[in-house]
Design a protein around this ligand. Structure first.
Ligand code: TPP
Ligand code: SF4
Length: 332
């Protein structure tokens, strides 16, 4: 197979995202990473639900399905079971994945289906023109909440950890190098891998992540999770220490605490710590990177093993016979 390039993954479709939308940067990162994986285009499939982000498969020169609202994980599960040789990516938005599709999302993670999920989180419904979403902050004024939302938002990272996801990460649309690094890790992970990507919807929720992306504030606002490294931010001047079960911000170095007192990140540790970091709250920097990466049994392999075991003891199945056993009756 000749070496593919980013261009090979672009299509001739007119891109129908608003100018300036964060989706463009995510698309560019994905198209940069795919040729580096060395997988044939016909072995790659993108499956989406409904939303602006879910238009993604049209812009990828691979196989793809633009499916129904919230149901991409179900379609991806079916595809992976019948064609385990394919690399299956799911593209979804915060509304698509966490509202109408919340149930499907938790089960694809629980089952550890070998799919890679890109969850574009712009904390708003983009396609339907600006209603609040399950990740919109309390008090959010939007088209559907003109006096402010009274709902507590939930955090996709905590939801994924709670569902037993074997790989959970967070990145940002405009942090290309970081996002591409996470995409590489997801591609090599065996099992369900989810990345929450903070994505700017410059039309209906502009600037939702501005403190994380602005040059002036990003060093104090982003906390990079790197396996085996102590948790430091603000150019190494501050760190995170655990005081019992409470994280605290401490100064590091001259006059501060020694680095040895800081929390050292372990993406393979039991998920309680990742859960704690994900919920640190607004007074803390926002963790970016891989919260959890764990090897555990993969859904389609468990299914294949089960089929082998049953066939060895009971022989090949016969669907007609199975349907005809037990109580059957004919409807006149
Ligand atoms: C069954 C059904 N209910 C509602 C809708 C309307 N709808 C389309 S997209 C969407 C939400 C999209 O928001 P999000 O997933 O955050 O994606 P974004 O557009 O922001 O990328 C909704 C409610 C629909 N298409 N189908
Ligand atoms: S509405 Fe928002 S999310 Fe949708 S294309 Fe426009 S900027 Fe992007």
């Amino acid at each position: 197979m000749s070496q593919l390039t980013r261009k090979d993954f672009q299509t001739n479709q007119e891109i129908r995202w608003c100018p300036g939308c964060g989706d463009y940067a995510i698309l560019a990162s994905m198209q940069k990473v795919l040729p580096e994986l060395g997988i044939a285009r016909e072995k790659v499939v993108f499956i989406s639900g409904i939303g602006c982000s879910s238009r993604f498969p049209y812009y990828m020169n691979t196989y793809g399905f633009h499916t129904i609202h919230g149901r991409a994980p179900a379609i991806a599960t079916g595809l992976k079971l019948t064609r385990p040789d394919l690399q299956v990516w799911v593209v979804t938005g915060d509304g698509d994945a966490l509202s109408i599709g919340g149930n499907h999302l938790i089960h694809v993670l629980r089952r550890n289906v070998d799919v890679k999920i890109l969850l574009f989180n712009n904390r708003i419904y983009g396609l339907t023109k600006g209603q609040y979403s399950p990740t919109s902050e309390a008090g959010k004024k939007a088209k559907s909440t003109p006096y402010g939302s009274i709902d507590a938002p939930f955090d996709p990272i905590r939801l994924a950890l709670g569902a037993g996801a074997s790989f959970v990460a967070r990145s940002i649309d405009v942090e290309a190098a970081h996002l591409q690094g996470v995409l590489h890790r997801m591609a090599s992970h065996r099992g369900a891998a989810l990345v929450e990507i903070f994505q700017n919807c410059n039309v209906f929720n502009d600037g939702a992540f501005v403190t994380l992306t602005e040059k002036a504030s990003k060093a104090r606002s982003q906390l990079h999770l790197e396996h085996g490294k102590p948790l430091v931010f603000e150019d190494g001047k501050k760190g995170i220490r655990l005081n019992g079960l409470e994280p605290e911000i401490v100064p590091v170095g001259d006059g501060g605490v020694p680095e040895s007192e800081l929390l050292v990140w372990d993406e393979k540790a039991q998920p309680a710590l990742a859960f704690l970091l994900a919920g640190m709250g607004p007074a803390f920097p926002t963790p970016i990177g891989i919260f959890r990466a764990e090897e555990r049994a993969v859904h389609h392999e468990l299914d294949e093993a089960l089929q082998r075991r049953v066939t060895e003891t009971l022989g090949d199945g016969d669907l007609e016979k199975l349907l005809g056993t037990g109580d059957t009756w004919t409807v006149p």
